[in-house]
Design a protein around this ligand. Structure first.
Ligand SMILES: [Zn+2]
Length: 109
C-alpha cells in the first residue's frame, strides 16, 4: 500500500506567507515537504549532502533507509518526490516563490 501525499503550500501558510498554526501531524508533514523543496530547487546539479532528505516513514517501527528522490513536472511545475525503498510518494504545488524555493532566477513575476 502506498499513499500519494498531495501538498499545496498555500494550505500551510497564512495570508502573510507565514506558517499557519498547524496541528502536530501537519507540522511534521510540512517540515518534510519544505526540506524536499529546498533540496529540489537547489541550483547545484547534485544537492550537497546536508540538503538530502531522508524518508520519514517507519515501517515496522524502524526508520526507512531510503533517501527521497525528486523530479519536477514540466507542465505544472509541481515537485514530485518519492522514496525508492518504501515507495512513499508525494506531489508539492504552490511552492514557487516561498522562502524554501532556492531556484531564484527562474521565478517569473
Ligand atoms: Zn521510505
Amino acid at each position: 500500500m502506498s499513499t500519494t501525499w498531495i501538498t499545496d503550500l498555500d494550505d500551510f501558510l497564512d495570508e502573510n506567507g507565514d506558517v499557519a498554526d498547524l496541528p502536530l501531524h501537519a507540522q511534521r508533514l510540512f517540515a518534510h515537504v519544505t526540506a524536499i523543496i529546498v533540496m529540489a530547487t537547489n541550483p547545484e546539479a547534485e544537492a550537497p549532502p546536508e540538503y538530502l532528505v531522508r524518508c520519514r516513514r517507519r515501517p515496522n517501527h524502524k526508520w526507512c533507509p531510503g533517501m527521497i528522490q525528486t523530479d519536477q513536472d514540466p507542465e505544472t511545475g509541481e515537485i514530485i518526490w518519492w522514496c525508492p525503498v518504501c515507495n512513499d510518494t508525494g506531489v508539492i504545488s504552490s511552492w514557487q516563490g516561498t522562502i524554501w524555493d532556492l531556484s531564484g532566477d527562474d521565478i517569473e513575476h
